[in-house]
Design a protein around this ligand. Structure first.
Ligand code: FES
Length: 581
């Protein structure tokens, strides 16, 4: 990281974007300066200095970002130390826990807001303050499109939770103990105790859920300070990260290091390798495709699957493994892990720190081989997450193999179909449901358009009557996503989705479905003539999405294999502010 800025690379203050607002001797600029003075800012506060925006996704309804109120002040301290002028700009907060139907519905809205907020204001650089799942890709997508110097500041994971002698991870252990409660193995007071302690501090989910996965991806893309992705949210090191990130943002403004000047196809290949090696959330596949699309880079599920053939799972973190993000941090974090994967990485990729990724991980060290495994003792050799294809998913679907029951990875069983989430909720626990552990549960109308919004319903519930018999995993298929904290033999992101006539729409109860992970195959064993007849009589479900943002979403969202960005937001545009005055 550059502690000082070399004169020959640094811009002149007159080249700063903000100078276009504050520099000219005209009426419009007079208005800008005089109103800043009305806020109590004198010329000496900001003139000739980079104006650094803190895009803050804090909200009282975002349970993972409650410490951002303090971190904002710390980032501002760093900006002031480095001679910049900080401005806090609130943007939409996507708190995973409280938003319905799903934050994914709003990822593109935050991405659009980010792009436009950066474009229309006198901003020379930005600190992107995110963490909870969709805030990470959304902020990065918007920053790539605006292409204004930006650095990502991750919220950091919660501290590990304890219940009796058990270490608990949010999400993952909630699912696990809920299954035990449904099976009649956990009393009400134990369940209440778990509720009281599973969210131990501010911060994001402390498993390798979507938030931690995306933070690692942001670091591997070179968009954070080194080591940023795993620092727990509430420790002093995280405060120091905030101050240092503020300082660095000022340097980025002087050097005009923009996201597109850092990112390349090779850096997205590093991101895919990172996601696979940490056994990260399957959601990240969708987000990586969308982020790359903003940079004009076409990533495909085939690219991902080819990488999956080469990359072992080294991080032993829940839900695939045993440990939690705090352990990962103390074991060496992402630099430690990537130092064991140099042969599959493009080490020459640039970062916002004026170092290459290779230089950034050079000092990486693994302290604990139990948490970050060695190459000859991986958690999973290769293919920890796979892409499947077949007549049930012509455009692909994904399975997190490492978090699924080995026994089920080659399985043929009869389908039990639920038309939508309400249908599943109503019938799944009926005592007379004709279902066995060999059944393949199918949920449709759960994709980007059908659900709506592509919710995390993909870890379809095991029927209570089977839970009571001791069943804990079954083959489950949907066009939904699942939480990064979830697990099981869940086949996700089936594309095209059923709502637009994808093959899931034509499955009937009792049809045989064959899964063969080794062959990357998912087949509906129904002859083509029968399927053709079903297609002829199929009626597309109606949608209530007739107005506002929902209508834009329904009309323009792409399918899972294309990243679910809006079709009109691929690529980028000029970062020139509209200048009509
Ligand atoms: Fe925010 Fe999991 S709920 S990261």
């Amino acid at each position: 990281m550059g502690d000082s800025i070399s004169k020959e690379n640094s811009r002149d203050p007159r080249q700063l974007r903000s100078n276009r607002w504050f520099g000219p001797d005209d009426l419009r600029s007079f208005g800008h300066r005089s109103r800043f003075k009305g806020m109590g800012f004198d010329d000496a506060d900001y003139q000739g200095k980079p104006i650094v925006a803190l895009l803050n996704t804090w909200s009282d309804l975002n349970t993972c970002h409650s410490h951002f109120k303090q971190r904002v002040d710390e980032i501002k301290r760093g900006i002031l130390q480095a001679g910049g002028f900080p401005v806090e700009v609130p943007v939409m907060s996507l708190g995973e826990m409280l938003m319905k139907p799903t934050t994914m519905l709003y990822r593109n809205l935050l991405a659009m807001e980010t792009e436009e907020v950066l474009r229309c204001h006198p901003i020379d650089a930005a600190v992107l303050m995110g963490g909870c799942d969709k805030t990470v890709p959304a902020l990065i997508m918007g920053a790539i499109s605006a292409d204004i110097p930006s650095i990502f500041f991750p919220a950091g994971p919660m501290l590990k939770a304890r219940w009796r002698d058990q270490t608990l991870g949010s999400g993952t252990d909630a699912w696990k103990y809920w299954a035990e409660r449904c099976a009649g193995n956990l009393c009400d007071s134990d369940w209440k105790d778990i509720e009281n302690c599973i969210g131990r501090s501010a911060g994001t989910c402390m498993t390798m859920g979507t938030a931690s996965t995306m933070a690692c991806i942001a670091e591997s893309l070179g968009l954070t300070l080194p080591g940023a992705s795993s620092i727990p949210a509430v420790v002093a090191e995280h405060s120091r990260l905030a101050v240092a990130t503020g300082r660095r943002a000022v340097e980025l403004a002087w050097l005009n290091i923009t996201p597109r000047s850092v990112l390349s196809r090779a850096s997205f290949e590093n991101a895919m390798a990172t996601q696979l090696s940490i056994s990260g959330s399957t959601n990240a596949i969708v987000h990586m495709i969308a982020m790359a699309g903003r940079a004009g880079i076409k990533l495909t599920l085939d690219d991902y699957d080819a990488m999956s053939e080469r990359v072992p799972v080294l991080a032993d973190i829940r839900p695939s493994g045993q440990y939690l993000m705090e352990d990962f941090h103390h074991a060496g974090g992402l630099s430690g892990l990537l130092s064991r994967l140099k042969d599959v990485l493009h080490l020459a990729c640039k970062t916002v720190n004026e170092t290459t990724l290779g230089e950034q991980i050079e000092a990486g060290e693994v302290i604990d081989d139990k948490v970050i495994r060695t190459r000859d003792n991986p958690l999973w050799a290769t293919g920890g997450t796979c892409v499947l294809r077949g007549n049930l998913a012509p455009n692909g679907c994904v399975i997190k193999t490492v978090a699924a029951d080995l026994r089920l990875q080659k399985h043929t069983g009869p389908a039990m179909v639920f038309d939508n989430y309400a249908d599943m909720k109503k019938r799944i626990n009926a005592p007379d449901l004709d279902i066995t552990e060999d059944t393949v549960i199918v949920l449709r109308s759960a994709g980007p358009i059908g659900a709506p919004g592509f919710p995390e319903w993909g870890m379809l519930p095991i029927p209570e009557k089977l839970l009571k018999q001791g069943v804990r995993d079954m083959v489950r298929i949907s066009d939904a996503r699942m939480s990064g904290t979830s697990y099981g033999t869940c086949i996700l992101h089936v594309s095209p989705e059923s709502h637009i006539g994808g093959p899931l729409a034509f499955v009937e109860n009792g049809d045989l479905i064959a899964l063969d992970v080794a062959k990357r195959s998912l087949m509906l064993l129904v002859d083509e003539a029968t399927l053709a007849k079903r297609r002829e009589t199929w009626v597309r479900p109606t949608t209530a999405w007739t107005r506002g943002y929902h209508r834009i979403f329904a009309d323009h969202v792409t399918q899972a294999h294309d990243g679910c960005d809006f079709d009109f937001l691929h690529g980028h545009s000029s970062n020139q502010e509209p200048d009509i005055f």
